[in-house]
Design a protein around this ligand. Structure first.
Ligand SMILES: [Fe+2]
Ligand SMILES: [Fe+2]
Length: 369
C-alpha cells in the first residue's frame, strides 16, 4: 500500500524548515511521498497581509520539484471557500482510495488539536504525524512522533528579513530566493500610490490617478464597490513600464493567448494582475480580474471590469476624438459606454492597420443583443 503524507501550510514563503520536516517524516515512516498542500486565500481579512495563494504555490512548486518523494498540490489554492482539515482529508482519501493517508503537523498544533474542527473524524481519516523539535520531549497517545531537531526558521522571520534587505539564501531553496528577489516579494511599501509612482513613468502615473478617480465616480453611480474600483483603477497599468514582460509572464505562470504573444502592448494587463499580487498584496479576485481584462475585455464582464475598462478610456487625461462622447456615456449608461469604447478601439486600430483582438467582436455581439 502506498503511503502518502500531506503537509499543509500557508508557505508564505516555503523554507528549508518545511523541507526538513518532510524529509524526516519520509525517512522515519518509510513514506512513499509527501504532498505539500498550499492553503488558499484566507476567508477574512486577517491582521497580516498574506501573499496570494497562487504566488505562494509557485514557490512551493519550485522548492519541491525534482526532489524524490516530494510533490505539491494546488487543490486549496483553486477553491473559493475555506477548507477544514477534515474536508481536505476526505478529498485525499477519495482521490487515493488505495493509499494510506498521513497528515503532518507541527508540535505546537498538537497542543490544541482537540479544538480543531471534528478532531475525532480527522483521526479516522489519517494517521497524524507530529514533528518533534524539542529533542524527544514530545509525547502523544493519538499521534505518531517524527523525531526532529530544533528548527530556527520561520516564514515570519524570513519576511521581516527580506523587508529589511537581509540575505535569506541560507534559509530557503535557491529557486525560492531567486523568485522572491525577482518579483519584489515581501517589500515594505509605504502606500499604494507612492509605490506605484516608483514603477511608472510620470505620464502613466498621472493616467493611473485619473482612472482611479473616474472608476470611483462610476462605481458610485452604478452601485459597484467604490474602494475596489479605486484600487483596480489605480493599479490597472502597474506593469505597463516593466522590462522583460514575456520572461516575467513565464516566471509568474501567466497564460497568454496567441494574440497577446504577438502584441507586447497587451501583455501588461494579465501580467499586471500577477504583479499586483506580488507588490501590492492584492488577493481579491474581482480587483484582479478588473486589472486582468482592462485591455482586451471579455464576454460576460463583471460591473467592476466594465468600469475599469471604460474609465481607462475616459479619464480626464484622454484626448482622442471620441473621448468627450464616451465620457458622457461613462456616467450615464455603462453598457452603452462599454459598447462605444470597444467600437471606438476597433475603429482606431483599423485605421492604424493593427489587428483586432477577437474578444472585442465577442463583446460587441454580446452587447448588441
Ligand atoms: Fe493598460
Ligand atoms: Fe490605462
Amino acid at each position: 500500500m502506498r503511503k502518502t503524507a500531506i503537509l499543509g501550510g500557508t508557505f508564505d514563503p516555503i523554507h528549508n524548515g518545511h523541507l526538513k520536516i518532510a524529509e524526516a517524516a519520509l525517512k522515519e515512516y518509510h513514506l512513499d511521498r509527501v504532498i505539500f498542500l498550499t492553503s488558499g486565500n484566507p476567508p477574512h481579512k486577517k491582521d497580516r497581509r498574506i501573499l496570494d495563494a497562487k504566488i505562494r504555490h509557485i514557490m512551493v512548486k519550485r522548492a519541491t520539484s525534482g526532489i524524490d518523494g516530494f510533490e505539491s498540490c494546488d487543490w486549496e489554492v483553486n477553491r473559493k471557500e475555506y477548507s477544514y482539515t477534515v474536508n481536505t482529508l476526505k478529498y485525499f482519501n477519495e482521490l487515493y482510495p488505495d493509499d494510506e493517508i498521513y497528515f503532518i503537523i507541527g508540535g505546537d498544533s498538537l497542543r490544541d488539536f482537540d479544538k480543531w474542527y471534528m478532531p475525532q473524524e480527522i483521526l479516522k481519516l489519517c494517521t497524524l504525524l507530529v514533528y518533534d523539535r524539542s529533542g524527544g520531549q514530545l509525547k502523544s497517545d493519538f499521534a505518531k512522533i517524527i523525531p526532529g531537531e530544533k528548527i530556527d526558521i520561520s516564514s515570519t522571520k524570513i519576511r521581516e528579513m527580506v523587508a529589511n534587505g537581509e540575505d535569506i539564501s541560507h534559509l530557503v531553496p535557491k529557486a525560492v530566493n531567486d523568485f522572491i528577489l525577482r518579483n519584489n516579494l515581501y517589500k515594505e511599501i509605504p502606500d499604494f500610490e507612492a509605490h506605484l509612482k516608483t514603477m511608472l513613468k510620470p505620464e502613466r502615473f498621472a493616467h493611473s490617478l485619473g482612472v482611479r478617480d473616474t472608476a470611483a465616480q462610476m462605481a458610485e453611480i452604478f452601485g459597484a464597490d467604490v474602494e475596489k474600483a479605486r484600487i483596480a483603477g489605480l493599479l490597472h497599468d502597474n506593469a505597463k513600464n516593466m522590462d522583460n514582460i514575456y520572461s516575467r509572464c513565464t516566471d509568474l505562470e501567466v497564460e497568454l493567448d496567441e494574440f497577446e504573444k504577438e502584441n507586447p502592448g497587451l501583455v501588461h494587463a494579465k501580467l499586471g494582475a500577477e504583479t499586483a499580487k506580488c507588490e501590492f498584496y492584492i488577493t481579491d479576485s474581482e480587483i484582479l480580474d478588473a486589472i486582468r481584462w482592462h485591455t482586451v475585455g471579455r464576454p460576460k464582464m463583471s460591473l467592476l471590469e466594465k468600469i475599469v475598462f471604460v474609465a481607462d478610456l475616459t479619464e480626464p487625461g484622454r484626448s482622442f476624438p471620441d473621448a468627450p462622447l464616451l465620457r458622457k456615456l461613462a456616467f450615464s449608461d455603462i453598457d452603452k459606454a462599454l459598447f462605444e469604447c470597444v467600437s471606438s478601439t476597433i475603429k482606431i486600430n483599423k485605421m492604424r492597420g493593427a489587428k483586432i483582438h477577437p474578444n472585442a467582436y465577442e463583446i460587441i455581439n454580446e452587447l448588441k443583443k
